[in-house]
Design a protein around this ligand. Structure first.
Ligand code: ATP
Ligand code: MG
Length: 256
């Protein structure tokens, strides 16, 4: 049975998509079957894997609103073992359209449960909000990975996110856990980065991943080539960091 992992943080630009996409790619490289669900109307994971979202007929929108199956909307990617349930322009309306649907918080869960057996991991890239799309992701997930950008005010909003996860645990998904917190855009030479790591460790030591992701220009240019970092520049520091983080993630989630 595959594990469903939601990459969530209502703060924008903290590295959700970069982390979700690159970890998914490394898992696929290691022989796992992975489905990446792009649940963000911005469609950055879709673009980052080389698809033009304006042209896509297949999408997670069709699954959420048109009641089509996941299997009918999945795309193969350049990387064997990695499939994508893409976002497209329609998804921007889904949040509002979902409001009128029966069981609106569990639409995604119902759909993903039907394909859970076909994958080792299903990764969901969330939009930067705590709206209905993110609630659907959290209702579906076995666990959450929270990327946090290494900067001042990084912890702002974290308690709100933890609170939302608790609410989901009470009302929608009693087994949901926090799999881990990953610090992104880390600068080993900056005092701020070290202080933030120490502070998160103080409060969340059990779930903080030891591997941090450095700020690395290659990571930010890979999406414009439509490639995960392992196909763009597998030797750069960002690639090595995501490779190590993925190993740590696997050890922690499978060693349970
Ligand atoms: P949003 O909330 O808009 O969905 P996000 O949390 O998904 O954003 P990303 O899109 O992954 O964040 O990253 C934000 C920007 O920072 C992107 O331009 C990305 O390429 C860049 N970026 C992410 N991680 C790194 C890194 N480690 N080093 C350098 N640039 C990075
Ligand atoms: Mg994103």
């Amino acid at each position: 049975m595959g594990k469903i992992v939601s990459f969530s943080n209502q703060k924008g630009g903290v590295g959700k998509t970069t982390t979700c996409l690159n970890m998914a790619a490394y898992l696929a490289l290691s022989g796992k079957k992975v489905l990446l669900v792009d649940l963000d109307p911005q469609g950055n994971a879709t673009t980052g894997l080389g698809f033009r979202k304006a042209k896509l007929k297949k999408s997670v929108y069709n699954v959420l609103i048109e009641e089509e199956t996941v299997a009918d909307n999945v795309l193969a990617t350049e990387l064997e073992g990695l499939s994508l349930l893409p976002s497209n322009v329609d998804l921007a309306g889904a949040e509002v359209e979902l409001v009128y649907k029966k069981g609106r918080e569990r639409v995604l869960k119902t759909a993903l449960d039907k394909v859970k057996n076909s994958y080792d991991f299903i990764f969901i890239d969330c939009p930067p909000s705590l709206g209905l799309l993110t609630v659907n992701a959290l209702a579906s997930a076995d666990g959450v990975v929270i990327p946090i950008q290494s900067e001042y005010y990084a912890l702002e909003g974290l308690s709100q996110l933890m609170n939302s996860i608790s609410l989901v645990r009470t009302h929608l998904n009693k087994d949901i856990r926090v799999f881990g917190i990953v610090i992104t855009m880390y600068d080993g030479r900056s005092r701020a980065s070290k202080e933030i790591y120490a502070e998160i460790q103080r409060y969340f030591s059990k779930v903080l991943y030891e591997n941090v992701i450095p700020r690395n220009i290659r990571l930010s240019e890979a999406p414009s080539h439509g490639k995960p970092i392992l196909l763009h520049d597998p030797k750069c520091t960002g690639a090595r960091a995501y490779c190590a983080l993925t190993e740590e993630f696997l050890k922690k989630t499978e060693g349970e």
